[in-house]
Design a protein around this ligand. Structure first.
Ligand code: AMP
Length: 271
């Protein structure tokens, strides 16, 4: 695996290739990331993974500072997976140039995580736009675990007419149902159990197609989530995933979106 820290050196190297498969990450690699990489192998292109903890998408300095960083372990994982290129740029390498394309932020970026983490999605679309201009991939891989992020990036790519295929990857979960996340590294066993119970509770709500998402019922669901051990809930909503709008009824186009805290750890999921 060739490791690059400078965008110019990376560009020169990858010019030789016809268009790569690209998996942007913030490191702290786990089975969720690994599933994206494994999926990319089916596309028969050289594989490039980036690791960049993007300060612009953190709305709290502390959260950025405390985000888990496990670079040495990540490199070993990527080598084992036979990834061809790893890009680990500095802030300057990512933000020290003017991108050709302006970012497009769909109006739904103010909802859900966008409402509770001001500036988060602007930071996400900005960094992905820049990384795409550096890497010029043919395929880019994102997880449905961060569904709103995936939705907004797809909108940006479409609106700015970027020639690139977005490959959507299923959410990978622990045996206990909890969606894998780098932030899970911060949870103790007891807290993981809480997250697991919350997952199973939401799964059951979803199963019962009679459930309605009016404000009275949402309050009832939220109360139960708090009772199960969540310390705070940012949101719990039923959303149509094609349009990213609230919906009262559960159907094949809806998912339950949740963001909640266990202690200081903020977890998100869609079920
Ligand atoms: P991150 O390093 O958290 O920015 O994530 C990098 C990519 O991995 C994003 O496209 C995420 O949606 C994806 N990802 C993270 N966790 C999971 C998971 N549990 N299952 C599938 N994809 C995931």
């Amino acid at each position: 695996m060739k490791i690059f820290k400078e965008r110019i050196k990376l560009s020169t190297e990858i010019l030789k290739n016809k268009g790569l498969s690209f998996i942007p990450t913030m490191g702290g690699l786990h089975k969720g990331h690994i599933s994206l990489i494994k999926k990319s192998k089916k596309f028969k292109r050289k594989i490039l993974v980036s690791i960049f903890v993007n300060p612009k998408q953190f709305n709290k300095k502390d959260d950025y500072r405390n985000y888990p960083r496990t670079l040495n372990k990540d490199i070993k994982i990527l080598e084992k997976l036979k990834v061809h290129y790893l890009f680990i740029p500095s802030y300057e390498e990512v933000y020290g140039f003017k991108p050709k394309k302006k970012i497009y932020l769909d109006k739904t970026s103010n909802k859900l995580c966008g409402f509770f983490r001001k500036g988060h999605f602007k930071g996400v679309v900005d960094v992905v736009n820049r990384l795409i201009e550096i890497v010029k991939p043919k395929y880019i891989f994102f997880g449905k675990k961060d569904y709103q992020q995936l939705y907004l990036i797809k909108k940006h790519i479409l609106k700015r007419k970027i020639i690139l295929k977005v490959i959507e990857c299923e959410t990978i979960r622990e045996k206990n149902g909890v969606a894998l996340s780098t932030r899970n590294l911060k949870l103790m066993a007891k807290e993981k159990k809480i997250a697991s119970n919350i997952y199973h509770y939401l799964k059951n709500i979803k199963k019962n197609k009679e459930n309605r998402f009016d404000s009275k019922m949402i309050n009832k669901f939220k109360k139960k989530v708090l009772k199960l051990g969540a310390d705070k809930i940012d949101y719990l909503e039923n959303y149509n995933i094609k349009k990213m709008v609230k919906e009262m009824n559960i159907n094949k186009n809806t998912k339950l979106f949740i963001a909640y805290f266990i202690g200081k750890v903020r977890l998100i999921d869609n079920i």
